[in-house]
Design a protein around this ligand. Structure first.
Ligand code: MRU
Length: 362
């Protein structure tokens, strides 16, 4: 997508062959590019959320595997790199998926052949991610187009967290349809949930929509229900970090509440995701998806820019108080109007997803 008018990606390999990422912990106040040169760099970037979003985590982990093999391509080195990366963040299934893609390619090879193969596979996964998200954009834009035909006025679309190009290599998942529809001339406006505790909506979604010139408004997380009751939301589109075979959608904490409000107000609620986000082994997301619990700091503190332009973090809560920080929740399939994938839009059902991805039928 565009960054100051220039096409950009959230992860790329520069002319010297170094993996580069945008440090998402510095946005929106500073644009900082980091280099990933070792397994530890990649694992750290995922753990502290310099990169985040299920698809981008997956591609970063794939390069992390390659970087690990450059230093140690033995069988033990390989398996231990995989374990290190998989342990960084437990919920997003793309992480495990990408690591397994690399393992499958390199396990049968001699150590000497492993680095090149892993690097090429990581590059293939990055390119695949871009093509997949572009296709999600096309299918989702068709839904937006239909909705716009019926309304004949600018559409209001609500999104939660950041599932834009920063959460992927390019295009995004939930935002891909919005970019595609906007580029096709459909008038729209996006309600951006701030998305406490880390504020990915306020800091990242808003930043990238602004870069692309898409009209949007940041709202406090609790506002969506009110807007829906007053006819100010035409559709909701969110991303997903893991989706079960029957269409339960795990996404950033707070998504479930938006889905309940959308259901109560007859607002269509879509999840946009690549098939690498579908965990075909699970059929009950609420029971079976491990929910990452992050440090209390993210809830207890907030960081921002002072009037003097300094970035500071301040404490919001009483000293020593107990804080819980669940990073994701699961929206049951019955609340999901449809799942937008690279192969088309599916009902959130086992049969619907299996029809689009028959190769996963057991
Ligand atoms: O904790 P994060 O920021 O890595 O969470 C991931 C997300 O941005 C969202 O949950 C997103 O909607 C799905 S990833 C495209």
């Amino acid at each position: 997508m565009r960054l100051n008018g220039t096409p950009s990606r959230s992860l790329w390999v520069d002319q010297t062959g170094t993996v580069r990422i945008i440090d998402q912990t510095a946005l929106p106040h500073a644009y900082r590019v980091l280099a990933l040169t070792t397994l530890d760099d990649a694992a750290h970037a995922i753990r502290v959320m310099q990169v985040r979003g299920a698809p981008l985590i997956g591609v970063t982990a794939a390069y992390g595997m390659a970087l690990a093999l450059r230093d140690n391509a033995s069988d033990t080195g390989l398996e231990s790199a995989a374990q290190t990366l998989i342990a960084t963040r437990p919920t997003a299934v793309n992480l495990r998926w990408a690591v397994e893609q690399i393992l499958q390619c390199v396990r049968p090879l001699s150590p000497a052949a492993r680095f090149d193969t892993a690097w090429n596979k990581a590059t293939e996964l990055a390119e695949e991610d871009v093509a997949t998200n572009c296709a999600i954009g096309k299918h989702g834009a068709a839904l937006i187009h239909t909705r716009h035909q019926a309304k004949q006025q600018a559409l209001n679309i609500l999104t939660h967290c950041n599932a834009g190009w920063l959460a992927t290599v390019d295009w995004g998942t939930a935002l891909a349809p919005i970019y595609a529809a906007f580029d096709a001339g459909i008038p729209l406006h996006v309600w951006v949930d701030e998305t406490r505790p880390r504020n990915q909506g306020a800091s990242l979604t808003s930043w990238e929509l602004k870069q692309h010139g898409i009209p949007h408004t940041i709202i406090a997380d609790n506002t969506g229900g009110y807007l829906m009751q007053h006819g100010q939301v035409d559709m909701v589109i969110v991303g997903s970090d893991r989706t079960t075979a029957n269409g339960d959608v795990c996404n950033k904490i707070g998504t479930y509440l938006k889905a309940l409000a959308a259901f109560d107000n007859n607002v269509p609620f879509y999840a946009a995701l690549p098939c690498s986000t579908i965990d075909w082994t699970l059929t009950d997301g609420v029971k079976n998806i491990p929910i990452e619990e992050r440090g209390a700091d993210e809830v207890a503190h907030i960081s921002g820019k002072t009037a003097q332009g300094n970035i500071v973090s301040v404490q919001l809560v009483p000293d020593g108080v107990q804080v819980a920080n669940y990073a994701f929740d699961v929206t049951p399939a019955r609340l999901v109007t449809g799942i937008i994938t690279e192969r088309g839009v599916s009902p959130a059902t086992t049969a619907g997803l299996a029809a689009l991805f028959p190769e996963h039928l057991q």
